[in-house]
Design a protein around this ligand. Structure first.
Ligand SMILES: Cc1cc2nc3c(=O)[nH]c(=O)nc-3n(C[C@H](O)[C@H](O)[C@H](O)COP(=O)(O)OP(=O)(O)OC[C@H]3O[C@@H](n4cnc5c(N)ncnc54)[C@H](O)[C@@H]3O)c2cc1C
Length: 304
Protein backbone atom coordinates (compact mmCIF):
# COMPACT_ATOMS: atom_id res chain seq x y z
CA UNK A 1 0.00 0.00 0.00
CA UNK A 2 1.30 3.49 -0.91
CA UNK A 3 0.84 6.05 1.85
CA UNK A 4 0.19 9.73 1.10
CA UNK A 5 1.14 10.69 4.68
CA UNK A 6 1.94 8.58 7.71
CA UNK A 7 -0.66 10.24 9.92
CA UNK A 8 -4.14 11.63 9.34
CA UNK A 9 -5.05 14.29 11.91
CA UNK A 10 -8.79 15.01 11.86
CA UNK A 11 -9.22 18.45 13.40
CA UNK A 12 -6.95 21.49 13.37
CA UNK A 13 -7.80 22.86 16.81
CA UNK A 14 -5.46 22.93 19.81
CA UNK A 15 -5.27 19.12 19.99
CA UNK A 16 -4.68 18.54 16.28
CA UNK A 17 -2.19 21.38 15.80
CA UNK A 18 -0.17 20.33 18.85
CA UNK A 19 -0.08 16.75 17.62
CA UNK A 20 1.12 18.07 14.25
CA UNK A 21 3.93 20.01 15.91
CA UNK A 22 5.25 16.94 17.73
CA UNK A 23 5.02 14.85 14.55
CA UNK A 24 6.78 17.58 12.56
CA UNK A 25 9.60 17.79 15.09
CA UNK A 26 10.28 14.09 14.57
CA UNK A 27 10.06 14.59 10.77
CA UNK A 28 7.03 12.33 10.45
CA UNK A 29 4.55 13.16 7.70
CA UNK A 30 1.02 14.17 8.63
CA UNK A 31 -2.01 15.80 7.02
CA UNK A 32 -4.05 18.10 9.27
CA UNK A 33 -7.65 18.32 8.04
CA UNK A 34 -9.90 21.02 9.46
CA UNK A 35 -13.36 22.20 8.45
CA UNK A 36 -13.25 25.31 10.64
CA UNK A 37 -15.86 24.65 13.34
CA UNK A 38 -13.81 25.39 16.49
CA UNK A 39 -15.57 24.83 19.79
CA UNK A 40 -14.51 28.21 21.20
CA UNK A 41 -15.55 30.17 18.07
CA UNK A 42 -18.33 32.07 19.96
CA UNK A 43 -15.72 33.45 22.37
CA UNK A 44 -13.35 36.36 21.79
CA UNK A 45 -10.70 35.22 24.25
CA UNK A 46 -8.63 32.17 25.09
CA UNK A 47 -8.17 32.59 28.82
CA UNK A 48 -6.03 30.53 31.20
CA UNK A 49 -3.32 29.86 28.61
CA UNK A 50 0.13 30.91 29.91
CA UNK A 51 2.00 33.32 27.63
CA UNK A 52 -1.12 33.82 25.45
CA UNK A 53 -3.70 34.65 28.15
CA UNK A 54 -6.69 36.45 26.59
CA UNK A 55 -5.64 35.99 22.96
CA UNK A 56 -8.45 35.77 20.36
CA UNK A 57 -9.10 32.08 19.47
CA UNK A 58 -8.64 32.73 15.73
CA UNK A 59 -5.37 34.55 16.41
CA UNK A 60 -4.17 31.63 18.55
CA UNK A 61 -4.79 29.23 15.65
CA UNK A 62 -3.13 31.60 13.18
CA UNK A 63 -0.01 31.89 15.34
CA UNK A 64 0.15 28.14 15.86
CA UNK A 65 -0.23 27.50 12.13
CA UNK A 66 2.64 29.98 11.59
CA UNK A 67 4.80 28.02 14.07
CA UNK A 68 4.10 24.90 12.03
CA UNK A 69 5.34 26.38 8.75
CA UNK A 70 8.92 25.31 9.43
CA UNK A 71 7.89 21.64 9.70
CA UNK A 72 7.77 20.78 6.03
CA UNK A 73 6.48 17.23 6.59
CA UNK A 74 3.15 18.63 7.81
CA UNK A 75 0.46 19.32 5.21
CA UNK A 76 -2.95 20.96 5.55
CA UNK A 77 -6.33 20.35 4.02
CA UNK A 78 -9.02 23.00 4.60
CA UNK A 79 -12.12 20.83 4.54
CA UNK A 80 -13.81 17.85 6.14
CA UNK A 81 -12.79 14.24 6.45
CA UNK A 82 -16.01 12.48 5.47
CA UNK A 83 -15.08 8.92 6.34
CA UNK A 84 -12.16 6.68 7.28
CA UNK A 85 -11.95 2.94 6.59
CA UNK A 86 -9.52 0.45 8.04
CA UNK A 87 -7.71 -1.65 5.46
CA UNK A 88 -5.01 -4.30 5.94
CA UNK A 89 -2.00 -2.03 6.44
CA UNK A 90 -3.57 1.30 7.32
CA UNK A 91 -6.50 3.62 6.75
CA UNK A 92 -8.20 5.17 3.71
CA UNK A 93 -9.84 8.56 4.16
CA UNK A 94 -12.41 10.24 1.97
CA UNK A 95 -12.00 14.04 1.94
CA UNK A 96 -14.69 16.61 1.15
CA UNK A 97 -12.66 17.63 -1.93
CA UNK A 98 -13.50 14.22 -3.39
CA UNK A 99 -9.92 12.98 -2.96
CA UNK A 100 -9.06 9.70 -1.24
CA UNK A 101 -5.85 9.52 0.83
CA UNK A 102 -4.00 6.64 2.54
CA UNK A 103 -2.45 6.78 6.02
CA UNK A 104 -0.77 4.48 8.53
CA UNK A 105 -2.30 6.03 11.68
CA UNK A 106 -5.20 8.31 12.57
CA UNK A 107 -5.56 10.94 15.30
CA UNK A 108 -9.16 11.90 16.13
CA UNK A 109 -8.81 15.54 17.21
CA UNK A 110 -12.22 16.78 16.15
CA UNK A 111 -13.53 17.95 19.52
CA UNK A 112 -17.10 17.90 20.73
CA UNK A 113 -20.40 19.53 19.83
CA UNK A 114 -21.90 21.58 22.66
CA UNK A 115 -25.55 20.83 23.40
CA UNK A 116 -27.26 24.15 24.10
CA UNK A 117 -30.64 24.73 25.78
CA UNK A 118 -33.32 25.66 23.25
CA UNK A 119 -34.53 28.74 25.20
CA UNK A 120 -34.35 31.83 22.95
CA UNK A 121 -31.27 33.89 23.77
CA UNK A 122 -29.21 30.90 24.87
CA UNK A 123 -27.40 30.41 21.58
CA UNK A 124 -26.87 34.16 21.13
CA UNK A 125 -25.22 34.51 24.56
CA UNK A 126 -23.17 31.27 24.49
CA UNK A 127 -19.55 32.15 25.19
CA UNK A 128 -20.48 35.78 25.89
CA UNK A 129 -22.70 35.76 29.00
CA UNK A 130 -23.36 32.02 29.28
CA UNK A 131 -20.37 29.85 30.05
CA UNK A 132 -19.49 26.20 30.55
CA UNK A 133 -16.28 26.66 32.52
CA UNK A 134 -15.31 28.86 35.47
CA UNK A 135 -11.60 28.43 34.68
CA UNK A 136 -12.16 29.91 31.21
CA UNK A 137 -14.56 32.72 32.10
CA UNK A 138 -15.04 32.98 35.89
CA UNK A 139 -12.49 35.74 36.50
CA UNK A 140 -14.31 38.16 34.19
CA UNK A 141 -17.64 37.78 36.07
CA UNK A 142 -16.36 37.42 39.64
CA UNK A 143 -18.64 39.22 42.10
CA UNK A 144 -21.41 39.61 39.51
CA UNK A 145 -24.97 38.30 39.90
CA UNK A 146 -24.64 34.76 38.63
CA UNK A 147 -26.85 31.79 37.86
CA UNK A 148 -25.96 28.14 37.62
CA UNK A 149 -28.15 25.94 35.43
CA UNK A 150 -27.71 22.44 36.84
CA UNK A 151 -29.49 19.71 38.76
CA UNK A 152 -28.66 16.59 40.75
CA UNK A 153 -25.02 15.60 41.12
CA UNK A 154 -23.87 18.17 38.59
CA UNK A 155 -25.42 20.91 40.71
CA UNK A 156 -23.74 19.54 43.84
CA UNK A 157 -20.45 19.52 41.96
CA UNK A 158 -20.78 22.96 40.36
CA UNK A 159 -22.29 25.01 43.20
CA UNK A 160 -19.17 25.38 45.41
CA UNK A 161 -17.17 26.50 42.37
CA UNK A 162 -19.63 29.14 41.19
CA UNK A 163 -20.37 30.28 44.77
CA UNK A 164 -16.61 30.80 45.05
CA UNK A 165 -16.92 33.35 42.25
CA UNK A 166 -19.92 35.20 43.66
CA UNK A 167 -22.19 34.97 46.70
CA UNK A 168 -25.01 36.48 44.58
CA UNK A 169 -26.03 33.15 43.09
CA UNK A 170 -29.26 31.50 41.91
CA UNK A 171 -29.49 27.80 41.09
CA UNK A 172 -31.80 27.12 38.13
CA UNK A 173 -32.66 23.42 38.10
CA UNK A 174 -34.81 24.01 34.99
CA UNK A 175 -37.35 21.41 36.18
CA UNK A 176 -38.01 19.52 39.41
CA UNK A 177 -35.01 19.84 41.73
CA UNK A 178 -33.10 16.70 42.60
CA UNK A 179 -30.96 17.88 45.52
CA UNK A 180 -30.07 16.16 48.78
CA UNK A 181 -31.56 17.49 52.05
CA UNK A 182 -28.05 18.48 53.16
CA UNK A 183 -27.42 20.49 50.03
CA UNK A 184 -30.81 22.21 50.25
CA UNK A 185 -30.04 23.22 53.84
CA UNK A 186 -26.62 24.53 52.84
CA UNK A 187 -28.18 26.55 50.03
CA UNK A 188 -30.73 28.06 52.44
CA UNK A 189 -27.91 28.98 54.83
CA UNK A 190 -26.00 30.63 51.98
CA UNK A 191 -29.07 32.51 50.63
CA UNK A 192 -28.79 30.73 47.31
CA UNK A 193 -32.26 30.68 45.77
CA UNK A 194 -33.29 27.46 44.01
CA UNK A 195 -35.63 27.91 41.04
CA UNK A 196 -37.35 24.86 39.57
CA UNK A 197 -39.54 26.69 37.07
CA UNK A 198 -38.11 26.06 33.60
CA UNK A 199 -36.41 28.90 31.74
CA UNK A 200 -38.54 30.35 28.94
CA UNK A 201 -36.18 32.88 27.37
CA UNK A 202 -33.41 35.35 28.09
CA UNK A 203 -33.47 39.12 27.76
CA UNK A 204 -30.17 40.66 26.73
CA UNK A 205 -28.57 43.79 25.30
CA UNK A 206 -25.89 43.20 22.72
CA UNK A 207 -24.02 40.23 24.13
CA UNK A 208 -24.84 40.99 27.77
CA UNK A 209 -27.45 39.01 29.70
CA UNK A 210 -29.96 41.11 31.59
CA UNK A 211 -32.87 38.93 32.70
CA UNK A 212 -33.77 35.25 32.90
CA UNK A 213 -37.51 34.88 32.18
CA UNK A 214 -39.21 31.75 33.52
CA UNK A 215 -42.15 29.89 31.99
CA UNK A 216 -44.54 31.36 34.62
CA UNK A 217 -43.41 34.90 33.69
CA UNK A 218 -41.16 35.48 36.72
CA UNK A 219 -38.09 37.55 35.90
CA UNK A 220 -34.68 37.14 37.52
CA UNK A 221 -31.99 39.71 36.80
CA UNK A 222 -28.60 38.07 36.22
CA UNK A 223 -25.31 39.23 34.72
CA UNK A 224 -24.09 35.81 33.61
CA UNK A 225 -24.94 32.11 33.72
CA UNK A 226 -22.86 28.97 34.04
CA UNK A 227 -24.31 25.76 32.74
CA UNK A 228 -23.53 22.15 33.60
CA UNK A 229 -22.79 19.79 30.72
CA UNK A 230 -25.47 17.57 29.22
CA UNK A 231 -24.21 13.99 29.12
CA UNK A 232 -23.20 12.07 27.12
CA UNK A 233 -20.83 14.41 25.28
CA UNK A 234 -21.29 14.27 21.52
CA UNK A 235 -18.19 14.10 19.30
CA UNK A 236 -18.09 16.51 16.38
CA UNK A 237 -17.68 13.62 13.93
CA UNK A 238 -18.89 10.00 13.95
CA UNK A 239 -15.65 8.71 12.38
CA UNK A 240 -14.31 7.19 15.63
CA UNK A 241 -17.53 5.24 16.16
CA UNK A 242 -17.55 4.06 12.55
CA UNK A 243 -14.03 2.68 13.10
CA UNK A 244 -15.25 0.86 16.22
CA UNK A 245 -13.61 3.07 18.89
CA UNK A 246 -15.29 2.44 22.24
CA UNK A 247 -16.62 5.29 24.35
CA UNK A 248 -17.18 5.80 28.08
CA UNK A 249 -20.71 6.33 29.37
CA UNK A 250 -19.96 10.08 29.47
CA UNK A 251 -19.30 9.98 25.72
CA UNK A 252 -15.49 10.12 25.61
CA UNK A 253 -13.23 7.85 23.58
CA UNK A 254 -11.54 5.30 25.82
CA UNK A 255 -7.80 5.85 25.47
CA UNK A 256 -4.58 4.53 26.96
CA UNK A 257 -1.77 6.63 28.41
CA UNK A 258 -0.57 7.81 24.99
CA UNK A 259 -3.98 8.39 23.48
CA UNK A 260 -4.52 5.11 21.64
CA UNK A 261 -8.21 4.19 21.42
CA UNK A 262 -9.56 0.66 21.59
CA UNK A 263 -8.81 0.38 17.84
CA UNK A 264 -5.14 -0.21 17.03
CA UNK A 265 -3.60 2.66 15.08
CA UNK A 266 -6.38 5.11 15.97
CA UNK A 267 -5.56 7.74 18.61
CA UNK A 268 -7.74 10.46 20.17
CA UNK A 269 -6.81 13.85 21.61
CA UNK A 270 -8.55 16.92 22.98
CA UNK A 271 -12.10 17.40 24.18
CA UNK A 272 -13.41 14.16 22.68
CA UNK A 273 -11.44 12.00 25.14
CA UNK A 274 -11.53 13.87 28.47
CA UNK A 275 -13.69 15.83 30.86
CA UNK A 276 -10.69 18.12 31.45
CA UNK A 277 -11.48 20.42 28.55
CA UNK A 278 -9.32 23.46 27.88
CA UNK A 279 -7.04 24.73 25.14
CA UNK A 280 -3.91 23.97 27.15
CA UNK A 281 -5.04 20.46 28.10
CA UNK A 282 -6.12 19.75 24.50
CA UNK A 283 -2.60 20.77 23.43
CA UNK A 284 -1.12 18.43 26.04
CA UNK A 285 -3.23 15.47 24.95
CA UNK A 286 -2.36 16.23 21.31
CA UNK A 287 1.31 15.99 22.19
CA UNK A 288 0.68 12.75 24.10
CA UNK A 289 -1.22 11.18 21.19
CA UNK A 290 1.52 12.23 18.78
CA UNK A 291 4.06 10.57 21.08
CA UNK A 292 1.99 7.38 20.97
CA UNK A 293 1.85 7.52 17.18
CA UNK A 294 5.57 8.21 16.91
CA UNK A 295 6.49 5.31 19.22
CA UNK A 296 4.41 3.00 17.01
CA UNK A 297 5.91 4.32 13.77
CA UNK A 298 9.56 4.21 14.87
CA UNK A 299 9.09 0.80 16.38
CA UNK A 300 7.53 -0.50 13.13
CA UNK A 301 10.38 1.10 11.13
CA UNK A 302 13.02 -0.37 13.44
CA UNK A 303 11.68 -3.88 13.89
CA UNK A 304 10.14 -4.13 10.46
C1 LIG B 1 -17.57 29.23 24.30
C2 LIG B 1 -16.32 28.54 24.74
C3 LIG B 1 -15.25 29.28 25.22
C4 LIG B 1 -14.09 28.64 25.63
N1 LIG B 1 -13.08 29.38 26.17
C5 LIG B 1 -11.96 28.78 26.58
C6 LIG B 1 -10.92 29.55 27.20
O1 LIG B 1 -11.02 30.76 27.37
N2 LIG B 1 -9.80 28.87 27.60
C7 LIG B 1 -9.66 27.53 27.44
O2 LIG B 1 -8.61 26.99 27.81
N3 LIG B 1 -10.64 26.77 26.88
C8 LIG B 1 -11.77 27.39 26.46
N4 LIG B 1 -12.78 26.64 25.92
C9 LIG B 1 -12.58 25.17 25.72
C10 LIG B 1 -11.75 24.97 24.46
O3 LIG B 1 -12.34 25.65 23.37
C11 LIG B 1 -11.64 23.48 24.11
O4 LIG B 1 -11.22 22.75 25.25
C12 LIG B 1 -10.63 23.28 22.99
O5 LIG B 1 -10.97 24.05 21.86
C13 LIG B 1 -10.56 21.80 22.59
O6 LIG B 1 -9.68 21.65 21.52
P1 LIG B 1 -9.89 20.48 20.45
O7 LIG B 1 -8.72 20.58 19.53
O8 LIG B 1 -10.15 19.19 21.15
O9 LIG B 1 -11.25 20.81 19.69
P2 LIG B 1 -11.71 22.09 18.82
O10 LIG B 1 -11.02 23.32 19.28
O11 LIG B 1 -13.18 22.09 18.84
O12 LIG B 1 -11.18 21.76 17.37
C14 LIG B 1 -11.69 20.66 16.64
C15 LIG B 1 -11.60 20.98 15.16
O13 LIG B 1 -11.92 19.80 14.43
C16 LIG B 1 -12.63 20.19 13.26
N5 LIG B 1 -13.40 19.04 12.75
C17 LIG B 1 -14.44 18.38 13.33
N6 LIG B 1 -14.84 17.36 12.56
C18 LIG B 1 -14.06 17.38 11.45
C19 LIG B 1 -13.99 16.60 10.27
N7 LIG B 1 -14.78 15.54 10.08
N8 LIG B 1 -13.07 16.92 9.31
C20 LIG B 1 -12.22 17.96 9.49
N9 LIG B 1 -12.24 18.74 10.60
C21 LIG B 1 -13.15 18.46 11.57
C22 LIG B 1 -13.50 21.34 13.73
O14 LIG B 1 -13.86 22.15 12.63
C23 LIG B 1 -12.56 22.06 14.71
O15 LIG B 1 -11.86 23.10 14.07
C24 LIG B 1 -13.97 27.24 25.52
C25 LIG B 1 -15.06 26.48 25.04
C26 LIG B 1 -16.23 27.12 24.67
C27 LIG B 1 -17.40 26.30 24.21
Amino acid sequence: MEFDYEVLIIGGGPAGLSAAMSLGRLSRTALVCDDNRPRNAPSTHVNNFPSQDGIHPAEWRKKTRKDLEKYKTIGFFEGAVLSVHKVDQGFVAQLSSGATRNFKKVILAYGIQDKLLSAPGFKELWGKSIFHCPFCHGFEVRGASLGLIANGELAAHGLPMIYGLSKDLILFTNGKANLSEDLQETLRGRNVEVIEEPIDHLIYEGEVLKVVVLIDGQKKERDALFVAPIFPFQSKSPIGESLGCEKTELGFYKVGERGETTVKGVFAAGDNMTMMQSVLLACASGVAAAAGVIFSLVSEDFHG
